[in-house]
Write a protein that binds this ligand. Sequence first.
Ligand code: EPZ
Length: 423
Amino acid sequence: MDKIVVKGGGALSGQIPIAGAKNACLTLMPATLLSDEPLTLTNAPRLSDIRTMTTLLQSLGAEVTALNGGRVLALSSHGLNNHTADYDIVRKMRASILVLGPMLARDGRAIVSLPGGCAIGARPVDLHLKALEAMGADLDLRDGYVHATAKGGLKGAVVDFPVVSVGATENALMAATLARGTTVLKNAAREPEIVDLAQCLRRMGAQIEGEGTSTITIQGVDRLNGATHPVVTDRIELGTYMLAPAIAGGEVELLGGRMELVAAFAEKLDAAGVSVEQTAAGLKVTRKNGRVSAVDVRTAPFPGFPTDLQAQMMALLCTATGVSVLEETIFENRFMHAPELMRMGAKIDVHGGTATVTGVERLKGAPVMATDLRASVSLILAGLAAEGETVVNRVYHLDRGYERVEEKLGNVGAKIERVREHD
Ligand code: EPZ
């Protein structure tokens, strides 16, 4: 298993290009199942999760061709000949559940393995299933699979989500585009990835209004066409790399960054003493002076502070002056980076969904373990300014969501290298 070695060093400077959003691409790709005409996605990120989704769609008989080094994905489900998404693929990536709604909407049937839980929580899919049932699907859960049918097709419905769910909103939105009649999604997720999906579906001929607000209304149509759509910039990669100069000092410009993608996060950085400025090319981040100040963080659905940036923000606050309180409200077990940061000398008290961080002058490099995608990158960020060497093991978690992290950080002056370990 590869590992990443980071040596604490000086200030960073230069530019980091931000890729297309993993979490947008993972819902845009299954949208190909809604039409038998070609769907082309540009600005696609080159990540192992994208390759997993490719394998899943191909197992259903869809064609997915990576062009231009993986930056362009040419998809077609014209040859769809299998409606079963197998456990051995689904267990690797929970987003696999996003083939359920589109497949059901297109052909009235789908068999999809229930995704297991994952490191950060149980992550049930009950809201996905309730939404599809409201639209007329018959669901039979047996031997770990959802056997879904919709005789005569799905029909429009009012779906009122008790909890904001990104994935359930995406599954219901895609299914509703081909349902008979009108669907209204209430308490829908407002993430930029949902807006991106709606824009792509509209290019395919879907009739959608209200994306980005809590109420999305969809008029079902008989069929959707092909389209070409650029994947939106990855706001989580953007926020992650904004923290590099915040932690290590210096000034870095994140190419393609847009303030509206990370407004709540940028506000917290500003309060901590990190300046974020929109330039023509992206977002320029500079740490104003000396140590950052402690700030309190509470994660929330968009437009609140993203749960996917909580671990990375904690890495910054470990060396802030003062005490910061981080409240994780989305997932029940998303502080696994805390014990690893404590191995580096951080002072963190975790009680349930709240972590209290008392800032220290400087962290000390240490061998640490990545446990999930965002926790692993928070350890690399912490290593940028730690004294000595930090070795992050199990970086396969990292490669799920970050393209060539050692290259992107190395290019702005970080002392970082990937050590290939032959198993
Ligand atoms: C998406 O996961 C993202 N993944 C996650 O990013 C992100 O953390 C999450 O949204 C929240 O923003 C992708 O888009 C592929 P949810 P998702 O449904 O859709 C509960 C990363 O690091 N819930 O919004 O699975 C759930 O347990 C990943 O890139 C139910 O109870 O998240 C959680 O507590 C990690 N029943 C809350 O809702 C359901 O049916 C929010 O989950 C669905 C969700």
